[in-house]
Design a protein around this ligand. Structure first.
Ligand SMILES: Cc1cc2nc3c(=O)[nH]c(=O)nc-3n(C[C@H](O)[C@H](O)[C@H](O)COP(=O)(O)O)c2cc1C
Length: 358
């Protein structure tokens, strides 16, 4: 089976082509420090060739959801070191996903401070989960140019801290409507400085962060997750194929490890000009390894690898519910079903108690 064959992604050797997709589980403490159960959770899933951690806040400002972890204080770094040690001892590799939520947050849980974004445009038609229940999104505060540059510096500092914590690399969360994605799409970015307007300008934020991170990490250790066809969190763009074609082509000038591409996942019939298969639309433009994500099961994952459409496949909810997923695939064994009620927050239940085969 191709899925269980070794592969080198960037400059990192993986024991198989099965990646654990990044998944927020909201079990850190109020200071964004991960707890011992999180060490166990990742250790259990070291069957994956590569683990990408849950999205991790690069600064206090970056935080949009309660009990999500950070990588900006020394105590956070120390706690993450326990995870990287455990995963390495279990023979796997682990990248940290770096996160700034931008406008996907609420002042209720930000000490009364409004979320920030490229432009003062609120997310419509969705609510945010806060400590005081679901709330409509507020209009965020538009960032000044010097603040944009400071956030880029925050990403780079977080990249250094991830290195100090023993990770094998970092992944920029450029998908699903968070800050880098907000800069990319013209529905959320109406800026008139060098970070808004043309496709080149809207891509600048992501490309400057990636350039800075590759300077910290060297070649083949920095990935980026992109979702060119997902409108969630108000990610509407007038021409996403042109936008992502430019961005992905520009990434060729950087010594990245991989592109992590999310398939559409949600219905996109109302956007007939959007890509329905991101591997077919964008892979040929990239010289980097590609990790495909989004609704993959064993059969279509194997088919995608055999067709050479991706170098590895990431699995989200399947790894969440099946710590021994590679073994189950090899044996064609039944899979545990994920329990949605314990996805976000809570303790051991639905986190480290999914059964494994013996
Ligand atoms: C509980 C949960 C939390 C998630 N959190 C994140 C996250 O922190 N960062 C991210 O990039 N994607 C996140 N995702 C999306 C997954 O990484 C993945 O893209 C998605 O689940 C589709 O893959 P799948 O069909 O294999 O589950 C999350 C998904 C789930 C189920």
């Amino acid at each position: 089976m191709k899925l269980t064959e070794k592969v080198t992604i960037g400059t990192v050797e993986l024991k198989n082509r099965m990646v654990m997709a990044p998944m927020t589980r909201s079990r850190a403490n109020a200071d964004g420090i991960i707890q011992d159960i999180t060490v166990t959770y990742y250790q259990q899933r070291s069957t994956a060739g590569l683990i990408v951690t849950e999205a991790t806040n690069i600064s206090e400002q970056a935080r949009g959801a309660l009990f999500t972890p950070g990588i900006y204080s020394d105590a956070q770094v120390e706690a993450w070191r326990n995870v990287t040690n455990a995963v390495h001892q279990a023979g796997s590799r682990i990248f940290m996903q770096l996160w700034h939520t931008g406008r996907v947050g609420h002042s209720i849980d930000k000490n009364g401070i409004l979320p920030v974004a490229p432009s003062a445009i609120a997310i419509e038609g969705q609510q945010h989960h806060t400590s005081q229940g679901a709330q409509p999104y507020e209009t965020p505060r538009a960032l000044e140019t010097h603040e944009v540059k400071q956030i880029i510096a925050d990403y780079i500092e977080a990249g250094k801290k991830a290195k100090a914590a023993g990770f094998d690399g970092v992944e920029l969360h450029g998908a699903f409507g968070y800050l880098p994605n907000q800069f990319l799409v013209d529905g959320a970015n109406k800026r008139t400085d060098e970070y808004g307007g043309s496709i080149e300008n809207r891509s600048r934020f992501v490309l400057e962060i990636l350039a800075g991170l590759t300077e910290v990490w060297g070649a083949g250790k920095v990935g980026v997750k992109l979702s060119p066809s997902i409108p969630y969190n108000g990610m509407i763009d007038s021409d996403p194929v042109a936008l992502y074609s430019y961005l992905i082509t520009q990434c060729n000038a950087l010594p990245l490890a991989y592109l992590h591409l999310m398939q559409p996942l949600l219905p996109i019939e109302q956007f007939p000009h959007w890509s329905k298969d991101v591997l077919k639309s964008f892979r040929h433009l990239s010289k980097h390894s590609v990790i495909a994500n989004g609704g993959y099961q064993m059969e279509n994952a194997e088919k995608t690898l055999l067709a050479g459409e991706a170098d590895a496949i990431s699995f989200g909810s399947l790894f969440l519910a099946n710590p021994d997923l590679p073994q189950r695939f090899e044996l064609n064994a039944e899979l545990n079903a994920p329990d949605r009620s314990s996805f976000y927050g809570g303790t051991e239940k639905g986190y480290i108690d999914y059964p494994v085969l013996h």
